[in-house]
Design a protein around this ligand. Structure first.
Ligand code: ADP
Length: 406
């Protein structure tokens, strides 16, 4: 517009260009995926595009003319006027021209994370407006959180794996050292035979010496070597079993634990009789799990309860259960030898046995139980008093309530 002219006198081509530019701007505002909100210097909303409506859940008519602070939670809500006044006074921007992550407030009061970028436009007629570009980043934040959780889980798994490798290699070394030691003994025995055969001893002496080596030293060394090899074999197949656990497919279904425990109890009947122990199973809630693997967990707990009974008193083993906050919690209690506090965490480690000479076992049962339950979104923990007994707790998800109404 030439200086001094009024709107009525402006060149028709200027007016058309202005209208076109307005149309273009409106099209951008209407179709932008980002929420675009303009406010004046007092923070009053002047425009609110459809994407902003979608993000904040309120219509343009509900917010235009109101303070933009209505789209923020406390304390920004109360302080926004001050922020704006401070910026206008000092020119020091915290968001304008910088952009950052803030929290937005929807019409229904719910909060969400958003990316906010603000640009400032000085109007030719004086004053200025601020345009806010808003993007709801809830989904991105969720992904970030999931990623963080995964990274943490991965780190934990890595640490566990390191611990397994450490313990396993430590345990595998001891039979190896035996094999090495007794192989040397064998070599020595052979050397002795050789010297004796080529020596000047009388026949009788030679025969007696050879007999001792062949009938005692060599078979003893061979026996130790064979038992160490068998030990390594047990350890390696145990490792294999644990590693397979992570790969076995799970068939998760509601489990009738009363039936499962009745079945397990039956398989233990003979051992219970032999040990003169009594098993009591209470009413148990159902849970979600893979039947075979959960059966293995409880069989193992019962097996341990029996194995580590105190021979000095009649054994009593009790299985009970309850529901708590969507979880089914089972307890396998015994009045056995118990476990002292400092060893309670260790017993879940692979191959860890408090007393390697006590009962038969590989030190794998609880490792397998722990891993199985981890894969089931389950947990296992214990309370134990040495000399009194132990209580192992297992927590598993409760199946959603089944409606019987037809
Ligand atoms: P295993 O029974 O084959 O040795 P587990 O992993 O099942 O292996 O148990 C590890 C160790 O935890 C056992 O060697 C034993 O020392 C201890 N333990 C497990 N259950 C009990 C229990 N109910 N009472 C006392 N000690 C137990």
């Amino acid at each position: 517009m030439p200086p001094g002219s009024t709107p009525d006198q402006r060149d028709p081509s200027d007016a058309a260009a202005l209208r076109d530019s307005e149309l273009r701007l409106r099209a951008i505002l209407e179709t932008a995926v980002e929420g675009i909100i303009t406010i004046d210097e007092r923070g009053i909303i002047e425009s609110f595009n459809p994407a902003a409506t979608k993000i904040f859940g309120c219509q343009a008519a509900e917010v235009i003319g109101h303070n933009v602070s209505m789209l923020m939670p406390s304390p920004d809500r109360e302080h926004h006027d001050e922020y704006l006044a401070a910026y206008l006074r000092t020119g020091k921007a915290k968001i304008i021209g910088i952009g950052r992550e803030v929290i937005g407030r929807r019409k229904d009061g719910t909060l969400f994370p958003m990316d906010l970028a603000v640009s400032e436009v000085r109007l030719a007629a004086g004053g200025r407006i601020f345009t806010g570009f808003v993007r709801d980043i809830t989904a991105r934040k969720q992904f970030e959180q999931q990623l963080e959780q995964l990274a943490r889980a991965l780190e934990e798994k890595n640490k566990e794996l390191e611990a397994i490798v450490y313990v396993a290699s430590h345990d595998l070394r001891s039979p190896l050292v035996n094999i090495q030691g007794f192989s040397r003994e064998l070599a020595k025995a052979c050397e002795m035979i050789r010297t004796r055969l080529g020596g000047a001893e009388s026949d009788a002496l030679q025969r007696a010496g050879l007999a001792a080596t062949v009938t005692a030293d060599i078979p003893e060394a061979i026996e130790f070597i064979l038992s160490s090899v068998a030990k390594m074999d047990t350890l390696l197949s145990g490792l294999l079993r644990v590693s397979r656990l992570g790969r076995a497919a799970l068939k998760i279904e509601p489990l009738d634990m009363n039936r499962m425990l009745a079945d397990i109890a039956q398989t233990f009947e003979f051992q219970l009789q032999q040990a003169g122990a009594k098993l009591t199973v209470g009413e148990l809630p159902a849970c979600l799990g893979d039947a075979t693997q959960i059966n293995q967990v409880f069989s193992n707990l019962l097996d341990n309860a029996l194995k580590y009974l105190d021979p000095g008193r009649p054994g009593e083993i009790t299985v009970s259960g309850r529901n708590e906050d969507g979880r089914s919690i089972y307890t396998v209690a015994d009045n056995g030898i118990g476990i002292d506090a400092e060893h309670q965490g260790k017993i879940f480690e692979i191959f860890h046995r408090l007393d390697p000479s006590a009962g038969q076992g590989e030190g794998l049962g609880l490792t397998i139980a722990l891993r199985t339950l981890e894969r089931h979104d389950g947990k296992i923990w214990l309370e134990s008093t040495p000399g009194q007994g132990s209580r192992f707790f297992v927590s598993l998800p409760t199946p959603p309530a089944v409606s019987h109404s037809k």
